[in-house]
Design a protein around this ligand. Structure first.
Ligand code: G6P
Length: 779
């Protein structure tokens, strides 16, 4: 991590360093040149001053022919530390006088030549000197001097251009009498130039250092800020977190996240639909197509019920197809499940916000409990949901009952759950999975408070035809409530068709058959079929169940059955829609028709008590008990009886044990949205044995045609199917079971949830794109 930061900083610093080196490389010679020019100009003016000061004395001495006088004068002048030597040349270029340090080999012509150069520098053994030549003007001497041959004088000789200033004006009476050569010390200039070069390099180095430090600090801070900002964005916190370290990222945060998601969406889609659906794949889908989105499930029945018993608090799993299906999905995607807290110890285990982590011991998601009074439960759950909607949708020849007070309670409780959803939502667009007929009004209620939410409503029971549904006094309100959903799911296309026709009949809505959508009050709902299923058991799970032989042994021992018995089982809630009576009638008929099975065939019916407060259920359960007793009485002998009615709750592992022990599983629902019992039986039989007898009125029949399909109302047909099952050769069982298993394995519950969530993700993607296009247009 540090190494990466260092490398990144070097990327900043290297160009800076190069710029500074180039700057120094260019600046130092330039500085040398400039300082030299300044000094040379300085020396010229100094030279001019000296020449002016000396010229009169020189002219006089020359005129008087007394050159010796000049020696003293020159020596004095040369005491100046910057003046190395002075020489005097005759106009014809002979050195006629000089101080001690004037180089013996320096001629007047050479001095003049050097002085003409732009850089009049001369290297001597004692160091470099600046050469200046200045004209000395005066009157022509009256008589030849003793030491000077005046014949050699050539007045008006070409002056030294560079040093003309020695005599600003040449009056006509005056003429060039000599040239003064001044050698200035240059070593001090070199010293100064070196000093200033050092200063400059030092300055550039310090400047570079300061800039580097500032760059590093700024880069560090902004890089860190940017990084954590970008990370926060990726996590989806960018726009909402007040701690976001780089607020300047906010303007493009949404775009960035949207782009990433779109890319991931494409990637996932490119993977194709054929890959197996697993919890992991569902998790991946959630973290890509619905990334960062909160998932909230709402159902009436809770997945874990805390009950107080004499031995303390125990946790029970309810007998509910809905819970069986939704629980693994919830474990895969975490989130919050809101449900009615119905257990006697439920209140004792929740926190201050009525929440508890579940599953017990694993704690993968939150269960938020909503409390209902006995009155509310009576009106909303027993009354409107189970005496009204349940028989209405199942068309199982039980009259629906609609009471005004139940309807009021149903509405009020739906509102209570809508408020709970809003309270649990951490953003304005959670994904809410509304479950079943207890909450037909909930989607529109949630939509009102959270217009951006994605609401997936799944109707776990059948949807009747428009005429049947039309008997409900609040049919319009129910339909309006459901059309608050983004997606409305049913188990089968047939139920979707019934629903669409019902809407067509009772509401003013635009139905797009092509796209399976219903537009109502500017809001569009996708109506689609998503056949629900179960979680395919993992090998460890199968191992925990024990072998088929062990299960068979345990079950026969518990029920006191001989080992070689043909064992048929039924596992249901004790509900009139499940066709339990019809099943018993078929068993009776089987024994009538095939008396050799008497004493060799046993039917075990597990019937989990349900909705016992309702007369219809109590009457039904009593009726079943009476029929059971009658059949047993008729056929029992030597401690054997054909029907074992186990009317109590069985935990999932006990049900699995029974499935593994059985030869036949009987599912004879009179009408069922899907029915998961048949799928659980198939999943339990890794030995590829066992026969499934399945009602043609269960949604599952569309996926499981290899079962023996029966019309449960037709006793004869069902009895014959039981006989076929009891006598089916192992090879045929294996063939049918293998095919059934591959279907259930592939069409598992993660596929059910995954398809729905993927459709939701596609919808959300479409909305994002539309919003972006609108934004671009507005820009
Ligand atoms: C059916 C319904 C579920 C319900 C379950 C058990 O499967 O579709 O919503 O939870 O029966 O019924 P109960 O009334 O006990 O919840």
């Amino acid at each position: 991590m540090r190494l990466r930061t260092l490398r990144l900083q070097l990327r900043f610093l290297l160009p800076l360093f190069i710029v500074l080196v180039v700057a120094a490389y260019l600046a130092v010679p330039l500085l040398d040149k400039v300082t030299l020019r300044w000094f040379s100009r300085d020396l010229n003016s100094r030279g001019l001053l000296v020449a002016n000061a000396l010229s009169d004395s020189i002219a006089e001495a020359l005129a008087a022919g007394r050159l010796s006088r000049l020696q003293t004068l020159f020596d004095r002048a040369a005491q100046d530390e910057r003046l190395v030597a002075i020489g005097l040349c005759s106009p014809d270029g002979r050195l006629i006088q000089s101080t001690d340090r004037f180089p013996a080999d320096l001629s007047c012509a050479r001095s003049l030549e050097v002085a003409h150069k732009p850089d009049p520098r001369l290297a001597l053994s004692g160091g470099a000197v600046h050469v200046g030549v200045h004209d000395v003007l005066g009157h022509r001497p009256a008589a030849p001097a003793a030491l000077l041959s005046l014949d050699d004088w050539a007045p008006g000789d070409a002056g030294v251009e560079g040093n003309k200033s020695a005599v600003a004006e040449t009056p006509a009476s005056q003429m060039l009498v000599a040239r003064l050569v001044l050698l200035h010390d240059l070593s001090f200039i070199d010293r100064r130039s070196e000093d200033s070069r050092n200063y400059l390099i030092g300055l550039i180095a310090i400047l570079g250092l300061v800039m580097a430090v500032i760059t590093m600090v700024v880069a560090q801070l902004s890089w860190r800020g940017w990084l954590s900002g970008a990370r926060a964005l990726m996590r989806g916190e960018g726009l909402v977190s007040p701690l976001m370290p780089a607020p300047e990222l906010a303007p493009f945060a949404a775009d960035l996240r949207a782009r990433l998601r779109d890319m991931e969406d494409e990637y996932r889609r490119a993977q194709g639909p054929d890959a197996e659906w697993t919890a992991d794949r569902l998790r991946t889908l959630l973290s890509t197509q619905l990334s960062g989105d909160q998932v909230i499930v709402v159902s009436n029945r809770e997945p874990y019920i805390h009950e107080r018993t004499a031995d303390g608090i125990i946790v029970k799993r309810p007998a509910s197809g809905l819970v069986t299906a939704v629980e693994p999905v919830m474990r895969a995607c975490s989130g919050t499940w809101i449900a009615h807290g119905s257990g006697t110890a439920d209140r004792e285990v929740v926190d201050g916000r009525d929440r508890v982590r579940v599953p017990p011991g694993h704690e993968e998601y939150w269960l938020r409990r909503v409390w209902l009074t006995a009155e509310e439960e009576k009106g909303y759950y027993y009354g409107f949901a189970n005496e009204g909607l349940w028989p209405l949708c199942h068309v199982a020849h039980v009259r629906p009952v609609f009471r005004e007070s139940d309807w009021e309670a149903y509405r009020a409780v739906n509102q209570r759950f809508a408020d709970a959803v809003v309270a649990e939502a951490t953003g304005d667009d959670p994904v809410v999975l509304v479950q079943d007929y207890h909450f037909a009004l909930l989607p529109a209620m949630i939509r009102e408070k959270l217009p951006e939410a994605t609401i997936l409503t799944f109707w776990h029971i059948p949807w009747p035809n428009p005429e049947s549904f039309g008997i409900c006094p609040w049919r319009r309100e129910l339909l309006q409530g459901m059309l608050g959903s983004t997606i409305l799911g049913f188990h089968t296309r047939f139920h979707c068709k019934n629903f669409t026709e019902t809407v067509d009949r009772y509401l003013e809505a635009r139905i797009e058959h092509e796209h399976s959508t219903i537009a109502y009050r500017e809001k569009e709902t996708l109506v689609e079929s998503y056949p629900i299923s179960i979680e395919w058991p993992a090998p460890e799970q199968v191992e925990r169940w024990g072998s088929i032989a062990q299960c068979r042994e345990r079950v026969t021992a518990r029920l006191g059955l001989p080992e070689d018995m043909c064992l048929a089982v039924g596992v249901d809630r004790f509900d009139y829609t499940k066709g339990i009576l019809e099943r018993l009638n078929a068993v009776e008929r089987l024994l009538e028709k095939r008396p050799h099975l008497i004493g060799r065939f046993v039917f075990v019916q597990v019937a989990a008590p349900t909705r016992n407060s309702l007369d219809e259920y109590r009457n039904f359960q009593e009726h079943v008990q009476r029929v059971t007793d009658r059949i047993n009485l008729r056929f029992e002998r030597d401690g054997w009886r054909p029907v074992h009615l186990l009317a109590h709750h069985h935990e999932p592992h006990a049900v699995m044990e029974l499935f593994r022990a059985a030869d036949i599983c009987v599912v004879t629902s009179l009408h069922d949205g899907m029915n998961l019992v048949c799928k659980e039986f198939v999943a339990a039989r890794d030995d590829l044995q066992g026969v499934l007898v399945l009602s043609r009125f269960a949604g599952a029949v569309r996926e499981l045609p290899e079962a023996l399909i029966v019309n449960p109302y037709h006793v004869e047909e069902t009895a014959d199917a039981l006989y076929s099952a009891a006598t089916m050769p192992p090879g045929e069982q294996r063939e049918r079971m293998a095919s059934l298993r591959s279907t259930v394995h592939e069409y598992n519950v993660f596929r059910w949830a995954g398809r729905m969530l993927a459709d939701a993700g596609r919808g959300r993607l479409r909305n994002r794109i539309e919003a972006r296009v609108r934004r671009y247009r507005a820009d």
